[in-house]
Design a protein around this ligand. Structure first.
Ligand code: CAA
Length: 240
């Protein structure tokens, strides 16, 4: 039986590459998206992967969205918590909304999605949850107290839930991407980004597919002994 996977933020950027990688492994994939219906339609037309709209920061919407995917494709075996936003700014300029939106979506989304799916994985004795953290959650980043806190929280969330899932065959891991050539990174002011890239030993931005390959491994049958881990894929920017 093909595994059923949900990828949040799965129609663009890193999430798009992950949705395609899991589809290519033979999984039935549901790609969640938050707001960009036009991009989601283009993605579905191009890949044949179904897309589903809901806000991962909305608890009830996650329960309802995951129930809909289960009704359409079957019980959910794999969740990749990839959806995330930035609201960068130094602390003095950061509003409470900038803080709260990032915490609610980036970190709250992981909780909401786990609440919607973990119990069923546990009961069925198999599951894979992969949470997309960040090098900036490991190392911090000027102008990102909100994002760094949320991503750092994801790494703690991963290790705690991994302990709860281990004896039920549910693994929970994180990937910490570095700077990847997506729209999110393209929004960093060019002079700032140049300085960041200059400090990446591999000497370039990463590609979304390089993150997706790590996710695919962690979601595979072969990765059953890997849990509570963080795989850093960052071109050597931060060695941990
Ligand atoms: N360390 C120390 N000082 C720094 C600094 C740094 N890394 N970056 C900026 N500064 C200093 C500047 O030199 C400047 O100092 P002076 O006023 O003395 O000249 C001061 O801070 C203000 O800098 P800016 O002019 O850049 O301030 P700003 O308010 O216009 O912008 C900012 C601040 C929005 C944080 C901007 O610097 C920025 O966008 N930085 C990049 C943040 C970043 O890397 N985001 C990653 C997004 S992608 C992502 O998050 C994906 C992932 O997982 C990796």
């Amino acid at each position: 039986m093909a595994r059923v996977a949900i990828v949040t933020g799965g129609t663009r950027g890193i999430g798009e590459a992950i949705s395609i990688a899991l589809r290519d492994m033979g999984m039935k994939v549901a790609a969640n998206y938050g707001g960009n219906a036009q991009k989601a339609k283009e993605f579905t037309d191009r890949t044949g992967i179904a897309s589903y709209q809901w806000d991962v920061g909305d608890h009830q919407a996650c329960l309802d969205g995951c129930a809909q995917v289960a009704a359409d494709l079957g019980p959910v075996d794999v969740v990749v918590n990839n959806a995330g936003i930035t609201r960068d700014g130094v602390l003095q300029k950061m509003s409470f909304d900038d803080w709260n939106d990032v915490m609610r979506i980036n970190l709250g989304g992981c909780f909401n999605m786990a609440k919607a799916t973990f119990g069923s994985m546990r009961e069925r004795g198999w599951g894979r949850i992969v949470n997309i953290g960040s090098v900036n959650g490991q190392a911090g980043q000027y102008g990102q107290v909100n994002y760094a806190a949320a991503k750092s929280g994801i790494h703690g969330f991963t290790k705690a839930l991994a302990q709860e899932g281990a004896k039920y065959g549910v693994t929970v891991n994180a990937i910490a991407p570095g700077y990847i050539d997506t729209d999110m990174v393209a929004a960093v002011p060019a002079p700032v980004l140049e300085k960041i890239v200059a400090k990446i030993p591999v000497g370039r931005l990463g590609h979304a597919e390089e993150i997706a390959r790590g996710v695919a491994f962690l979601c595979s049958e072969d990765a059953g002994f890997v849990t509570g881990s963080t795989m850093s894929i960052n071109g050597g920017q931060h060695m941990y």
